[in-house]
Design a protein around this ligand. Sequence first.
Ligand code: G1P
Ligand code: ZN
Length: 544
Amino acid sequence: MTIRKVETTPFSDQKPGTSGLRKAVTTFQQPHYLENFTQSIFDSLEAFQGQTLVVGGDGRYYNRQAIQTIIKMAAANGFGRVKVGHRGILSTPAASCVIRKYGAFGGIILSASHNPGGPNGDFGIKYNIGNGGPAPEKVTEAIFARTKSITEYRILDVPDINLDELGTSTVGDMVVEVIDSVADYQELLESLFDFDRIRQLLTGTNFRMCMDSMHAVTGPYATAIFEDRLGAPAGTVMNGVPLEDFGDGHPDPNLVYAHDLVEILFGDNAPDFGAASDGDGDRNMILGRNFFVTPSDSLAVLAANAQLVPGYKDGIAGIARSMPTSAAADRVADRLGIECYETPTGWKFFGNLLDAGKATLCGEESFGTGSNHVREKDGLWAVLFWLNILAVRQQSVEHIVREHWQLYGRNYYSRHDYEGVDSDRANTLVSKLRDMLPSLKGKPLGGYTVDYADDFSYTDPVDGSTSSKQGIRIGFTDGSRIVFRLSGTGTQGATLRVYLESYEPNIAKHNLDAQDALKPLIDIAEEVAQIRQYTGMDKPTVIT
Ligand code: G1P
Ligand code: ZN
């Protein structure tokens, strides 16, 4: 089998963001674009000859073509085996599970997560290392450096493999195994949760749930687990067939984009429990009847109830949350006498803490929760964790969350996104804020006093690596906070994210709407950052 070496020239825009390289499909369709990035990944790795690479994606448009190219390039670069998901499907947490279970060298996940798909949507490619987690910054930086100097890539001229049939074939000297997308992952989840008890809950007459897979990757997983294995009635999983364009939807499980589910859970005769997951299955949204659980609260509730779940019954070692995530989990950690780590945004920062056994549960405000069972956030894991708690406590979602607030106080929380902002103007907003920081400390602002104002910088407690400029924080003396940062996953212009949080210990004040409770902070954010002026928008495009 001859390896074809193809001459190429660098693209200047292949810098991986918060979660891999994400671009419009049309960008990826340029000749050599995918190949350059894939070769740059391989060139940044060492000693993978003869080893296993896991490949799969969220089923979006261009997934299958990209997988065929990557398989031929993996063979030409000397991998010994590729494990690829049936029909090219592997959710992000399932890919992480497979990498770990089979001791693979690493994996390539094709996804743009919650970004819309289809020929006019987005595509993405991400490399995960042998622990199953996203490549750390030193690896993504090496990949980026390589994309700027690449001169050729290697590929085999062979026919496409049949992704629709399970089984093994060869490409050159490399073995390609098309694996069941669900089985390994389901087995892992069965080892963590009390499936018998959840089955009783889902087959009983007192409880109804609704799972919205948003025409994205979790459809086959959710159907296999909730309907086939746990006995929930057919139809429990809605939008369960993965489509290349997600049915023209925006597969982001929040109150804005998962509106079908929101209407059901906030409508007449609503079920007891609702959940949704995103394009690649790592995000989740949890709803009770007429009740929304913020992702920050969800992490705190899971941590506080972990002892009810078989996989965590011996206690959790620590919790980790991204900096903009609310401090609700910190209060649980405090009471449990364990550490709560505060990391920059992005799951890659949790990997070392999980590997070192310092953290067991992790979460982000952006609808991501997970644990040390894999090295990615995991949407269906969070849903099963909630179901396990509900099955044991036999109380409603709302009851459980309100009781949690009684015990720990309530962290009012919201994120305001301004999408599609002109990049220069967004950068100016941030740099003006940055310049202002030294003068803010001790200053009164709208009835609050600034306790600290800085640009978050993180030193990894395991390997000592540092990451700076991770978000501008203005903290007040009563524990309230405003955080500003620019998204690292968007593909059009810039997205400004403003994170708002206040703490309310008084039970009598736990019934406010979050936007009302946070109004004073929203006004301060406008005052200091001049958001309207710089974004040209008079309100956020998305509020979560
Ligand atoms: C966003 C979220 C972040 C998450 C990432 C990948 O990144 O804010 O928490 O880890 O997507 O799902 P951002 O666009 O803010 O850089
Ligand atoms: Zn995702």
